[in-house]
Design a protein around this ligand. Sequence first.
Ligand code: ADP
Ligand code: ASP
Ligand code: MG
Length: 471
Amino acid sequence: MPTLVMKFGGTSVGMTTGLTQLLSIVLYEHERWERLLLVVSALEGVTDGLLEAARLAQLGNRRGYRRIVGTLRTRHLALIEHLPLGGNERAALQADIDRLLFDMLDTCQALADTETQQTRPEAIDAIIGVGERLAARIVAALLRQNGLRGVAIDATDIVVTDNVYGNATPNLPLTRERIADMLSPMLERKILPVITGFIGATIAGKPTTLGRGGSDYTASILAACTDAQEVWIWTDVDGMMTADPRDVDNARVIPQLSYNESAELAYFGARLLHARMIAPLQERRIPLRVRNVFKPQSTGTTIAELVEHTPKLKAVTLINGLGMFAAHSGALHGVMDLVDETLFEVAGTHAEVVFTAQSSWQGFLGFVIPTSAGPDALHSLEIALEKHAQNAEPRLTGWNFHPVTILTVIGARMNEARRAIADVLVALDGLQILALSQSPSNASFSVVLETAAAEDALYRVHNLISGAANT
Ligand code: ADP
Ligand code: ASP
Ligand code: MG
């Protein structure tokens, strides 16, 4: 039975123009697919606001989080005011928005009342998931108003995860069972489920989140568990591009990418896709398309199993990292464990990729801070490590640290692309390279740079890639 999962990001659902596009896309696709599942993110910027509210609640700043909740309420009410909704739908939505925000205020209140200074990640996850719940209700109401049988579904009832709050991993067999019980009967009745991205719940029912940008991951999990034919990610750019178009003006769309290439691109910084969303699709050979919600006529990027016969450089990306330097060489595991433990404490995630370089008298370690940890993770990690240093943590003896940037070139058959890699290094001539590494995935090559040099390096390497593509 042909099934399509479409995910609409915060940029699509955040404004009436995006919602109008969403509506016309759904009206069109709903005729063409036997089963259609929609996944929606919170309105753009809302998760950031909710995280700030949770932080203020933790600090006991009642006025602070109430102000944020007030602003979020106004924003959602203003959005539905501008949507062509009937009186009943609008009134029901207003009541839903108030109820959800009211419950969320209760959670903030409980957090503010807690005596402990320790972070309470489970309370934070309960707070920050409300953005998706609000968005799903708005989208479902819009669909109903236009003759479709839209129903908002909270993924806390469907996506079963482990209890790694802030960066949870779904349990596919259990999620599949929930889908069979809850979602499949709806789909058979031609109901259009509008499912909240980003959130899930443990087996015990405690709300969790899948890491920043996690709605993409939700779409991929749902596709895997419904044996979907395709997944489409609708966003605000034309597809996966040769570089982040916000950083590089002449970035171009890449029409086709392999699963490995797109996973590497996401992992090494392109926040367009959640890095962990690729594996469930790759295992099942489910194609993924990235498309511009404002240009539905363009095909975007298709991500699938792709066999390239010759080495090719396709994209360049940057990501924050932490560099650690020591004026001695020797065992590195102590300091590696410390950074990993500290990052897990502050951001609920692990520093998975580590660059190491040692000489007889110097050591260097470079950690990538995953994008799913959120934009503040590097800063929080630095502050926490500084505290450890002040407390004379023995594993930090002799080590200095400061942020670095990791530039990664993505492409096909990178292990054979010796000439191309040499060209990248020539393009970076004159810039100090702290470490370099070729990934075993055969799809990427990374260099660690001082952050101050990153912009220049990005332009140089992007020019190289663009030039190569034109010859
Ligand atoms: P959404 O709200 O749809 O999930 P995101 O903000 O998470 O959107 O992701 C879309 C953004 O990803 C784009 O606006 C773009 O700036 C950024 N991006 C980063 N790297 C790339 C890339 N290589 N190609 C396209 N977009 C990229
Ligand atoms: N709203 C969540 C975030 O901002 C999830 C997502 O956008 O995919 O991280
Ligand atoms: Mg996103």
